[in-house]
Design a protein around this ligand. Structure first.
Ligand code: HEM
Ligand code: HEM
Length: 186
């Protein structure tokens, strides 16, 4: 199979980073109540949720191809337990932290009605930490690829998109925010 698994892992790593960025940006837009006739809230919600599930699919292929390829000697445990891998322990460890956080965010979202709004929200806000951790993993472990002009441009574009979405999210005062706050604390 040669190097094809290794290339598959790197390619899906970049696609996962892109999808995660799009999911995070849409989440911030959704929470910031940015709507229009073309993009009503329920559409934003559905696209945000579906993109997050697509992110998981690419992440699964990214991780599986990295492990099945014997080159780096990565074990299944390295995927969930940070900093124990023999291959780039720090940068791979960041990937494992991102993996654990993404699972927590998605699973609590699917169980939202059962666990209650407060817990769901507490876990969901960790997405703002998940994004930089995942991107640092990619930049740090990507090595030679990270130095390619188009890969660098891709990371910068992702960072700019998240920055704009987060600033927009922080500046917005939406009319139903106080009502939501009361609902979370009750
Ligand atoms: C990769 C997985 C996911 C990531 C990274 C992510 C990220 C985010 C972010 C950053 C926000 C903005 C939070 C805020 O500023 O208050 C958000 C909001 C939201 N997310 Fe997600 N999310 C993910 C998966 C999901 C899933 C699977 C669902 C539902 C099934 C979901 C439902 C929502 C909802 C309803 C909001 C709006 C909250 C509000 O009204 O304030 N998310 N998401
Ligand atoms: C949300 C989580 C993750 C994201 C967004 C992500 C993204 C990325 C990106 C962008 C790259 C660089 C690709 C390149 O430039 O060639 C990469 C490389 C890599 N990732 Fe991940 N990754 C994540 C989680 C993981 C996990 C849990 C593992 C554990 C097996 C892992 C293993 C690897 C490996 C082995 C490489 C290739 C290193 C090399 O080329 O030397 N990643 N990842």
């Amino acid at each position: 199979m040669g190097q094809s698994l290794w290339f598959a892992s790197r390619g899906t790593g970049l696609v996962t980073a892109l999808l995660l960025t799009a999911t995070t940006v849409l989440g911030a837009i959704h929470a910031g109540r940015v709507t229009s006739a073309r993009w009503p809230r329920f559409t934003l919600h559905a696209v945000h949720r579906n993109l997050s599930l697509l992110t998981l699919v690419f992440l699964a292929v990214h991780v599986a191809s990295a492990i099945i390829d014997p080159y780096a000697g990565i074990a299944w445990l390295d995927v969930v337990v940070p900093f124990v891998s023999t291959y780039h322990p720090f940068w791979l460890g960041m990937g494992a932290v991102a993996f654990d956080l993404i699972l927590a965010v998605v699973v609590t979202s699917l169980l939202r009605r059962r666990i209650g709004l407060w817990w769901w929200r507490a876990v969901h806000l960790s997405a703002y930490a998940l994004w930089p951790v995942a991107m640092l993993h990619g930049v740090g472990i990507g090595g030679a690829d990270t130095r390619l002009g188009w890969v660098l441009a891709l990371y910068l574009a992702c960072a700019a998109a998240v920055l704009v979405a987060v600033v927009r999210r922080l500046l917005v005062r939406d009319p139903d925010r106080d009502a939501r706050r009361r609902a979370w604390t009750s």
